[in-house]
Design a protein. Structure first.
Length: 562
């Protein structure tokens, strides 16, 4: 958090973000008479029928999505590694364009439609991800140009199994898809008192998966994991999964049984909650004991745990000298008193200067064991992930699930990503949040020190406005997080962050816009989210320095939400 232990600033220009804006995308269902009009769609015949700029394209045998080959295209200098194919189509017809991509920034689109040319894209992805969009040809259009490309200065991208499904334009050679086989490897990956998380193996050539509970379909997903929510505590459920594509649905997988945990004991977190970071150091803000933290705060995040010489492990050292002689015994007693009053006290890992790295199974185990040890030693209710220098989604997920298995269903897990970390579900922070959705309490994204960012409508918004808060929150709300897992993180005063401070009135207007549809700016969400969790601030100390203006205004407003 800089000299003042603030969170770091990463500025992306509006021009760059606008250039990366998401194109119109959608999905479509092909009819029985439709064909894939693309030739050499799986790159099994090298680059036949494809043309790549500046020699940027080649075929590789790994990684592949289907078959034995895939396209690898590498941007260089002013070349974005664009690969194209002219595809024969029928006039006045609708087609579904899709492809599987992996690696660096990947774009898929079509030109020459005679109507509206369309495209879609995704940031870098470590696993295969399907891009899909639809287009309609003009009354005299008989050929369109399909393309893929990467982005300047980004890593190589891979593409496979391109399809242009729709009426036969007379030039397609690839066969119709066949009904996929049933998914294998279905397993329970996590449980809570109201949910069961599942994972399974990838099935080649599919567009999605259906999840069944006791023979009834309960959800559909595009990836190989899902969390089934709304379940009863301490109850066993049977699950199966099927794979789907335009040819139909597979048989059901072998069944697995998942048993939910018992209902957590102790005071429950309020439906709408306020989170505040408490500073374990003196940087000029009001020095506080835990007992001094204002009553409006429902979750108190103790900042920060420190890295140790053991990879992934953390420890906590109370700054007794900096806090006026605050003793460890007083600290523990104050935590116990806050918990008795119904508050949650957690330890935050990271901050701007945090150096904790969880990059393999060993460090994931060390992280879980050390955090659990701190919970037992000090009475913490859980952990806050505030890693601002990157994280590994695979191993942080492993670490948090291991911690959950130790601490039980009462564990509190919060996150405080920067705005750039939550721009896309492909980003590792967002992936981690979705991976642990069944045990995640709330994501309080930092709406400050960020510059301009994209909203969920593809428009660029500048920080410091109601629109910035609501349009960026919309990405999380529509990207897979439950409304109860989304909070708005703002500085308590102009001293709390380098930029991005807004008055408590703006925070309250944004909360009203998202929960009730009132108080909005130019951006208006397509629906309301009355279960939105609430708000967060850095910090309770800076709030106290400003006469508690933030908590006195935002706290009662959050607690009065519907």
């Amino acid at each position: 958090m800089a000299i003042l232990r603030r969170r770091s600033a990463r500025f992306w220009s509006a021009a760059v973000l606008a250039a990366l804006a998401l194109g119109v995308s959608g999905t479509g269902q092909a009819s029985a008479a439709d064909v894939n009009n693309a030739k050499n769609a799986g790159f099994e015949s090298g680059l036949t029928n494809w043309t790549c700029t500046a020699g940027s394209g080649a075929t590789v045998s790994s990684p592949v999505h289907g078959g034995a080959a895939a396209l690898k295209a590498t941007p260089a200098g002013q070349d974005n590694a664009k690969c194209t194919q002219a595809v024969a189509v029928k006039p006045g017809s609708t087609y579904t364009l899709s492809a599987w991509v992996q690696g660096g920034y990947s774009y898929l689109g079509v030109t020459g439609t005679g109507t509206t040319d369309v495209s879609t894209w995704t940031p870098d992805s470590t696993s295969w991800k399907q891009l899909s969009t639809t287009f309609t040809t003009g009354s005299s259009t008989t050929s369109v140009t399909v393309y893929t490309h990467g982005w300047y200065g980004q890593a190589a991208y891979f593409a496979d199994d391109v399809s242009v499904y729709g009426p036969d334009g007379g030039g397609g050679t690839d066969p119709l898809p066949t009904i996929p086989g049933a998914p294998g490897g279905l397993a329970v990956s996590g449980t809570s008192s109201s949910s069961v998380s599942l994972s399974w193996n990838t099935v080649s050539g599919v567009t999605g998966y259906n999840v069944y509970r006791a023979g009834t379909k309960v959800t559909a997903v595009t990836g190989t994991s899902a969390t089934v929510t709304g379940l009863a505590a301490s109850t066993s459920y049977s699950f199966q999964v099927t794979a789907t594509n335009s040819a139909g649905e597979s048989a059901k997988s072998a069944a697995v049984t998942g048993t939910t945990t018992a209902t957590p004991t102790g005071p429950a977190l309020p439906k709408h909650a306020v989170t505040g970071y408490w500073q374990n150091f003196n940087n000029g803000a009001t020095v506080q004991k835990i007992s001094d933290v204002q009553s409006q705060y429902d979750i108190i995040a103790v900042a920060f745990a420190d890295a140790t010489t053991t990879p992934g492990a953390v420890t906590f050292n109370l700054d007794s000298a900096g806090l006026g002689g605050y003793t460890v015994a007083q600290f523990k007693a104050d935590i116990a008193a806050k918990k008795a009053a119904g508050k949650k006290v957690i330890v935050s890992v990271g901050g701007e200067r945090g150096t904790v790295a969880v990059n393999d199974s060993s460090s994931a185990t060390n992280f879980a064991n050390s955090v659990y040890s701190l919970m037992q030693t000090y009475g913490f209710d859980g952990v806050d992930i505030d890693l601002e220098n990157g994280l590994n989604a695979t191993y942080m997920t492993q670490a948090l699930r291991s911690l959950s298995s130790k601490a039980g269903s009462s564990l509190i897990i919060t996150m405080a990503p920067q705005t750039i970390d939550m721009q896309s579900t492909s980003n590792t922070y967002f992936q981690t949040a979705l991976n642990v959705k069944d045990i995640l309490t709330v994501v309080n994204m930092q709406y400050y020190n960020s510059g301009s960012m994209l909203g969920c409508d593809g428009k660029v918004y500048s920080q410091g406005s109601v629109d910035f808060l609501t349009a960026l929150a919309c990405i999380q709300l529509e990207g897979g997080l439950s409304p109860s897992q989304v909070g708005l993180g703002l500085p308590a005063s102009t001293s709390g962050a380098g930029s991005g401070y807004v008055s408590p009135t703006v925070v309250n207007n944004a909360l009203d816009c998202l929960t009730k549809g009132t108080g909005c700016g130019s951006f208006k969400p397509s629906r309301t989210y009355p279960d939105l969790r609430g708000a967060m601030t850095w910090s309770t100390n800076w709030d106290a320095s400003a006469g508690n203006a933030w908590s006195n205004a935002v706290g009662p407003h959050v607690h009065a939400l519907p």
